[in-house]
Design a protein around this ligand. Structure first.
Ligand SMILES: [Mg+2]
Length: 315
């Protein structure tokens, strides 16, 4: 998927709003006002609000300030501290105008204030504006993690995903496999056909890898120039090697002409696979280093092939 398709594909149709108020009547009023345009969720106290934010990931929270136990400020501070919820747009709903309170709210990271009793037109307009700002920010954030040429995840996204996947597999005592792929003799390809054709080749190969690695929790990223990396949680070495071989075979079957490749008439790739059952105290870079070593060996032994290894606990 390329950037332009991506942009047209992800425009949110309906935003999600969480209404938080200890008074049912206030929730009812806002619900009535907003339900036709947005998906509405509700919470009656601060703890519930935090739980709901983690669960439903709303775009906007309309947050009452005056609540027993955890008040709105406490909830906002909590949401902004947690990476899971820090991106939510908080709009405070306050019983009366109080400049000091507004200052405090903005300092805590709120994006706007609405006063009760709410004015329906103003409230709707402000929420619409914030929803637009939120969706544009979300879009920029996701584009920043995409590779512009191939539309795959980029290196930054990989650097974000690997530690999270590592911890998840460590927690579940599940194997984690990565596949490092490199197009064989890509410099020859560029020298022969030019960089425009080189770019096309990268796109086609990227798409093929993405099509082959298709479980929802797998990640395929462009790792460097003509290098790609796959992160496969809950996958052992046999499974990972199988996937890598499928990729290698599928690239040959594309029959992209490469007349100056010393090993084939067509574009080929080499793959290094490494698998580990992660431990919390292991650095995750050992997995990448191991795959890199296997990739090097695969190149050394003739390219267009897969080599893999298990990373042991004490390596
Ligand atoms: Mg209240």
């Amino acid at each position: 998927m390329f950037i332009d398709e991506y942009i047209s594909g992800v425009a949110p149709i309906r935003g999600k709003i969480l209404l938080v108020d200890d008074q049912v009547v206030n929730i009812k009023i806002l619900h009535q006002l907003l339900q036709t345009d947005y998906d509405i969720y509700m919470a009656r106290d601060g703890h519930q609000a935090i739980d709901m934010c983690k669960k439903v990931k709303p775009d906007i929270v309309l947050l009452d300030i005056e609540m027993p136990m955890l008040n709105g400020f406490d909830v906002c501070a909590h949401l902004k501290k947690d990476p899971d919820t820090e991106d939510v747009a908080v709009i405070f709903v306050s019983g009366h105008f109080d400049e000091d309170k507004e200052v405090k709210g903005f300092q805590l990271g709120a994006v706007d204030f609405i006063h009760k009793p709410i004015n329906p037109v103003i409230t709707k307009a402000r929420i619409k504006n914030q929803m637009m700002a939120k969706s544009q920010t979300d879009l920029l954030r996701s584009i920043a993690l995409l590779d512009g040429l191939t539309g795959l995840a980029n290196r930054r996204k990989f650097d974000q995903v690997l530690p999270v996947t590592w911890l998840q597999c460590a927690r579940e005592k599940q194997p984690l496999t990565i596949i490092l792929l490199d197009i064989d003799f890509f410099k020859h390809f560029n020298d022969t056909y030019g960089h425009t054709e080189g770019d096309t080749c990268l796109r086609v190969v990227a798409q093929k890898i993405q099509d082959t690695v298709n479980r929802p929790y797998d990640l395929v990223a462009r790792y460097g120039g003509e290098e790609f990396i796959c992160v496969l949680p809950n996958t052992d070495l046999i499974g990972g090697t199988y996937v890598a071989q499928q990729i290698v075979d599928s690239i040959v079957s594309l029959k992209i002409a490469h007349i100056n490749s010393p090993i084939s008439k067509f574009v080929t790739v080499s793959a290094g696979v490494s698998t580990v059952v992660p431990m919390y105290d292991m650095p995750n870079k050992i997995l990448v280093e191991a795959a890199d070593k296997q990739l090097y060996l695969a190149k050394d032994r003739g390219r267009n092939r897969v080599l893999g290894c298990l990373v042991e606990e004490n390596t």
